[in-house]
Design a protein around this ligand. Structure first.
Ligand SMILES: *[C@@H]1O[C@H](CO)[C@@H](O)[C@H](O)[C@H]1NC(C)=O
Ligand SMILES: *[C@@H]1O[C@H](CO)[C@@H](O)[C@H](O)[C@H]1NC(C)=O
Ligand SMILES: *[C@@H]1O[C@H](CO)[C@@H](O)[C@H](O)[C@H]1NC(C)=O
Ligand SMILES: *[C@@H]1O[C@H](CO)[C@@H](O)[C@H](O)[C@H]1NC(C)=O
Ligand SMILES: *[C@@H]1O[C@H](CO)[C@@H](O)[C@H](O)[C@H]1NC(C)=O
Ligand SMILES: *[C@@H]1O[C@H](CO)[C@@H](O)[C@H](O)[C@H]1NC(C)=O
Length: 461
């Protein structure tokens, strides 16, 4: 009973099927058989996404074409482009080639935006047979030159700047902004509420209440997925009155020693820097005074004044001064004599060296303080890294051969290493048997020698 229903259905289906076959056979048999086989397409026409200016071609493969003709038509404009290999459209960038067999190609050179659309390969049967393919023309992004914006934008501190990048391309490009040194962009709204972000998206970057830390290069980068992306650089220049910070306002040093006095300056544009004594005399670089300055970033630098072989007249107040168009600032350092009790000459020397040592330490500390500032300065970091890595590498590499040698030696008495190893190991594996035999022979010789000696002693006795 379980088979009854399916069997019944199957037999009914079979009967239906047979009926259809018979019907088809008779109905086909009744129509007059066509000797002619109609043209047929062997493959679909391709779709193309092509960058402006490139060349592209559509390939139409038709079998059994006989006396029919292949035509190319731009479907959207209904313009006939070509029939067989004869060009109908007066467009020098179009051409058709035929391989003499079943393949027709429509070539488009130096593709332009108005070439995009639907292309049809048509055979003039009745009714006509055709197939279509699409062409999408894409354009890499470009940044338009807005003549009213210079590459260098300058503002006073707390001022506003509007950076703009108009980008064209197809599809519509996305414009993002970032700082060239990788630091975050500071964005403030109308109420000076600030946030920072690595990137900002939009054609306009409005920098409000700009602070000196925001000085530097900004890039707008336009991309739309069609390479290459393009970028434009703006330099944001922030101007302000000089600022001086003196971390050690009171410095004590013994007579005859050298002392380093330092001022940290922030200024944009760069200030005119000078050192003065309290008597108003401007200090110049000479045998007594070493004056130098080192740039920390776009707007900050360090002024160093080294006074050599201190004598009594060198103690007093030193002033560093920085002046630019926006104002002037000064910082003072008092240099005092450090009295050293001298019970013996030897101990004097000792304290002197200790003093020098502590000075060194202090400057080192200061150096570190600055390196905190320097940390952000990307081009200064690699130098440090460059210093440490080769040393540790050298240490590693010099340690490695020893380890390798040792492991080879320790593996020596072990059974022959697996033959599946690389050539060098196999070479190494060949050596042990020789050496092993040799050492075995040596120990036997030694035994024999001992026995002989014992025998000789016995015989002698
Ligand atoms: C071309 O794109 C159309 C629709 O966009 C799609 O129907 C057709 O299959 C595509 N042809 C090929 C060859 O991928
Ligand atoms: C298509 O654009 C090109 C270049 O812009 C132009 O030379 C050509 O006349 C245009 N063709 C048509 C059909 O509009
Ligand atoms: C920079 O901005 C990103 C968000 O874009 C944030 O996650 C990150 O903490 C910021 N870094 C600094 C140093 O502010
Ligand atoms: C100033 O002194 C500091 C600390 O000794 C040193 O690191 C720096 O290189 C000096 N700068 C110049 C310009 O001599
Ligand atoms: C080099 O290795 C020695 C020990 O082998 C170690 O004491 C020393 O600190 C290492 N130096 C560096 C720079 O790693
Ligand atoms: C360590 O290996 C090197 C070359 O591989 C060799 O010249 C040197 O003699 C070996 N040293 C020892 C202790 O085996």
């Amino acid at each position: 009973m379980a088979y009854g229903l399916p069997y019944g259905m199957a037999s009914r289906n079979f009967a239906l099927c047979a009926l259809i076959v018979v019907f088809l056979y008779t109905s086909l048999g009744q129509t007059p058989p066509k000797s002619e086989v109609l043209p047929e397409f062997l493959a679909l026409l391709e779709n193309h996404t092509v960058t402006q200016g490139r060349d592209v071609s559509f390939t139409c493969v038709v079998n059994h074409l006989q006396s029919y003709k292949v035509a190319w038509i731009k479907s959207d404009s209904r313009a006939i482009l070509a029939i067989h290999t004869h060009m109908v459209a007066h467009n020098p960038r179009l051409s058709v080639t035929h391989n003499g067999h079943n393949t027709w190609k429509l070539h488009v050179t130096n593709v332009q935006p108005n070439d995009s659309g639907t292309y049809m390969c048509q055979v003039n049967t009745d009714p006509m047979r055709s197939q279509t393919g699409h062409m999408k023309v894409v354009i890499p992004p470009d940044i338009m030159d807005l003549d009213n914006t210079a590459d260098m934008l300058t503002t006073k501190e707390n001022g506003d700047l509007l950076l703009r990048c108009r980008a064209t391309g197809n599809p519509e490009p996305v414009v993002i902004w970032r700082r060239e040194d990788g630091r975050n962009i500071t964005l403030r709204n109308e109420n000076s509420v600030k946030r920072t972000a690595r990137t900002f998206e939009g054609e306009q970057l409005h920098l409000r209440g700009i602070q000196r830390q925001e000085m530097g290069s900004y890039l707008c980068i336009a991309s739309n997925g069609v390479p290459p992306s393009v970028s434009k650089r703006y330099y944001v220049n922030v101007r302000f009155k000089p600022l001086i910070k003196v971390s050690n306002q009171l410095v004590a040093a013994p007579v005859d020693s050298d002392v380093l006095l330092q001022c940290y300056v922030e200024s944009s544009p760069k200030a005119l820097n000078t050192w003065y004594r309290n008597n108003g005399v401007k200090l110049l670089a000479d045998e007594k005074h070493d004056i130098s300055e080192v740039t920390i970033n776009d707007y900050a630098y360090q002024l160093n004044l080294t006074v050599r072989h201190l004598d009594k007249s060198d103690f007093g107040t030193y002033t560093c001064s920085a002046e630019n168009a926006f104002g002037k600032m000064e910082g003072s350092i008092r240099l005092q004599e450090l009295q050293i009790s001298k019970p013996t000459t030897v101990s004097t020397r000792n304290t002197e060296t200790i003093e020098k040592h502590t000075w060194h330490k202090q400057t080192e500390k200061k150096g570190k303080k600055h390196s905190y500032v320097l940390d952000k300065e990307s081009d200064l970091i690699p130098k440090n890294v460059g210093h440490t890595t080769p040393m540790s590498r050298r240490n590693l590499s010099s340690a490695l051969p020893n380890i390798a040698n040792k492991s080879r030696i320790s593996a020596f008495p072990a059974p022959a290493p697996a033959p599946a190893h690389s050539a060098p190991t196999q070479l190494g594996a060949q050596k042990p048997p020789f050496n092993g035999v040799k050492s075995l022979r040596d120990s036997r010789l030694c035994h024999v020698g001992l026995v002989v000696i014992v025998l000789m002693i016995l015989i002698h006795d």
